[in-house]
Design a protein around this ligand. Structure first.
Ligand SMILES: [Zn+2]
Length: 65
């Protein structure tokens, strides 16, 4: 499953994840402005990046300890 993540480079946090099937780029831009105005007003670098859940979970399965 593929998600779009809203990531703030200045705070180094993921603000939100949206399923790509349900949210277009313009939807997401609007959601960011509505829900995270403090980051936008502070001039933080917000970016949208693609996150694949399947790839993430396959990493977690590996034994690292
Ligand atoms: Zn921020």
């Amino acid at each position: 499953m593929v998600f779009k993540e809203i990531y703030c480079q200045d705070c180094d946090i993921i603000l939100a994840r949206y399923n790509m099937v349900y949210f277009s780029d313009s939807n997401i831009a609007e959601l960011v402005r509505l829900h995270y105005p403090s980051h936008v007003k502070s001039g933080h670098s917000l970016m949208v990046r693609i996150s694949e859940i399947d790839r993430t979970s396959s990493v977690e399965i590996n034994e690292t300890k």
